[in-house]
Write a protein that binds this ligand. Structure first.
Ligand SMILES: C[S@@+](CC[C@H](N)C(=O)[O-])C[C@H]1O[C@@H](n2cnc3c(N)ncnc32)[C@H](O)[C@@H]1O
Length: 283
């Protein structure tokens, strides 16, 4: 995208009516503002999520617990030569990717895993694959990731060796991506308008093999909580002091999100105040 023509502004003081209508805003405002935000958020993304906003950590951790249950329920995966994990929306040291690696490791399947990462923000995506992000020792300890090293060094090594990235849009995944065993998307669908959420769920189903795992964690804020979130992030700066712009968001309820999938047997669901998570098997 050409940043010189970027002039989309997110309404950071929406009325309740405007809040309810966010899902009908054009695709372009979502894409351009997401790309701008996640390109500006730098190596401290995880540190911030861990220190300031616990729910992305909690939601992604829950999705990885569901994944581990699925892996343990499917012992035949052990005999597969290769297990394909696709994480959509995986920029900036993605919590979704790291926790999925953790689940694969716990299930004894990590060496067979090939990791495909998709995002619209190219530099941030590259940072995930190159391990260019901070993993605070407190985060490692709190999430029982110590076996990957106190600064997560082994996680970086796994990403460097086993991951490949595609700068692409979740509504139209690259044709090389197919027959995926595990397809996850953590805290990404709230960056899509309503029509695109449906397309994105359809794409996740399309690229996943029959019997494969599909998992979603997503943000879902009530009006007052969204206003508080906007206020808290209005002056956000990255670790170099550069401003981090707000991205357009739009939330739907857990039941509506599940209903956007036509071929998902949703086996696990849970909801917190600011997020939910669900996962299941493609039928
Ligand atoms: C809140 S971050 C979540 C990152 C990671 N999954 C995690 O949970 O830590 C949302 C990510 O979705 C990406 N994203 C937004 N819109 C997208 C789209 N249409 N297609 C692919 N990725 C998108 C953003 O660039 C960003 O990296």
């Amino acid at each position: 995208m050409n940043n010189t023509t970027f002039n989309f502004k997110v309404n950071i003081h929406p009325t309740k009516k405007e809040f309810k209508q966010m899902g009908t805003l054009p695709r372009e405002i979502f894409r351009r503002t997401a790309e701008a935000r996640f390109s500006a958020l730098d190596r401290d993304y995880i540190k911030r999520k861990f220190e300031e906003e616990r729910f992305p950590v909690t939601g992604n951790r829950l999705m990885s617990n569901y994944l581990l249950r699925y892996l343990r329920d499917n012992p035949s995966l052990k005999s597969k030569k290769e297990i394909l994990l696709l994480d959509i929306g995986s920029a900036g040291g993605a919590l979704s990717t790291l926790f999925a690696i953790d689940a694969l490791d716990k299930a004894g399947l990590l060496t067979q895993a090939r990791i495909l990462l998709v995002d619209v923000a190219n530099n941030a995506l590259k940072a995930t694959v190159e391990g260019n992000f901070t993993l605070p020792p407190k985060f490692i300890k709190a999430n029982k990731l110590g076996r990957f090293g106190s600064n997560g060094g082994r996680l970086r090594g796994i990403l460097a060796k086993q991951a490949k990235y595609f700068c692409a849009d979740t509504v139209s995944l690259p044709k090389e991506i197919r027959n995926v065993d595990i397809c996850i998307s953590g805290f990404t669908h709230h960056h899509l308008n309503l029509a695109d959420k449906k397309l994105a769920c359809g794409e996740m189903e399309r690229v996943t093999r029959l019997g494969g795992f599909v998992g979603i964690a997503d943000e879902s804020l009530a009006y007052r909580d969204y206003l508080a979130w906007l206020k808290f992030h209005a002056e956000e700066k990255n670790s170099s002091g550069m401003p981090v712009p707000i991205a357009q968001e739009c939330f739907i309820a857990l039941s509506k999100h599940v209903a956007l999938f036509k071929r998902l047997e949703a086996r696990w669901k849970n909801r917190g105040r600011e997020y939910y998570c669900f996962a299941g098997v493609k039928k």
